[in-house]
Design a protein around this ligand. Structure first.
Ligand SMILES: Nc1ncnc2c1ncn2[C@@H]1O[C@H](COP(=O)(O)OP(=O)(O)OP(=O)(O)O)[C@@H](O)[C@H]1O
Ligand SMILES: [Mg+2]
Length: 241
């Protein structure tokens, strides 16, 4: 398995209960997994644990056969090769599109950097916008720059935390189709967090439902049930994941 998350447990310091309770997930190379769940179920926390912004209390995480966390290992965020895209894009306002994308590129010659930026701009269809500043772009274009910036250093894994929540419905629908195409074109493995079932259905190869820091359902997009039903089925089956 390309990504192996095993028995993760995590409790925020000032919380009474653990937010993540025995969470496990396996992802094949090139697969897109979507995590669905209500507000507060722990979706962002899982991404924070995978990216290294928080340290799990127990469990293990490995990516591409490299352990990035277990009882004796903690690889810091910048060495994990995990790219992130968030809902507020977090572009640098004082940098052009090209320089925003360049930011994550290290250990490359000037020529290689330029080639990589060109490649990314063409991938997200923004070649004409390389010298614009973020405030000169629409929300959807900014989101595509954020995607290009995250993809540029060729991360092993890309994680998305509700990246469409600032877009209007029309743009959201267009971008999620585009995004699946781009991800499949690059063959990158990704985790996509959302509370929108349609996003998950369109984008993901596999979907999991999270409730109170635990997986309560896992399956293919075609088999996805509404949350209330998943909840009911789970109470009857008591299946563990
Ligand atoms: N820094 C923190 N300290 C204490 N508790 C926290 C902290 N951050 C989040 N939590 C709590 O952990 C739980 C899970 O939060 P998380 O942000 O992972 O939820 P989420 O599923 O991403 O929700 P949303 O859909 O609203 O983004 C919530 O109950 C939240 O209040
Ligand atoms: Mg969240």
């Amino acid at each position: 398995m390309f990504v192996e998350i095993k028995n993760l447990q995590y409790k925020y310091k000032n919380a009474i209960e653990p937010t993540i309770k025995d969470f496990s997930l396996q992802i094949e190379k090139g697969e897109i997994v979507s995590i669905l769940g209500e507000s507060g179920s722990g979706k962002s926390t899982i991404l924070r644990l995978v990216t290294g912004l928080e340290i799990p209390n127990s469990g293990s995480i490995s990516i591409n056969n490299r352990t990035i966390f277990d009882e004796v290992t903690f690889i810091p965020p910048e060495k994990r090769e995990v790219g992130m895209v968030f809902q507020d894009y977090a572009l640098f306002p004082h940098m052009t599109v090209a320089n925003n994308i360049k930011y994550g590129l290290r250990k490359m010659s000037k020529k290689e950097k330029k080639e990589r930026i060109d490649e990314m701009l063409s991938l997200v269809n923004l070649s004409k916008y390389r010298d614009r500043y973020p405030y000169e772009l629409s929300g959807g274009q900014q989101q595509r720059v954020a995607l290009a910036r995250a993809l540029a250093p060729a991360p092993s894994l890309l994680v998305f935390d509700e990246p469409f929540s600032n877009l209007d419905t029309y743009l959201q629908i267009r971008i999620r189709d585009e995004l699946r195409e781009i991800l499949k074109q690059t063959g990158i493995t990704s985790i996509f967090v959302t509370h929108d079932q349609e996003d998950a259905k369109v984008l993901a190869d596999e979907i999991i439902y999270l409730e109170n820091g635990k997986t309560i359902w896992k399956g293919a997009p075609d088999n996805l049930l509404p949350y209330t039903q998943v909840n009911r089925v789970n109470q009857i089956n008591k299946k563990t994941f």
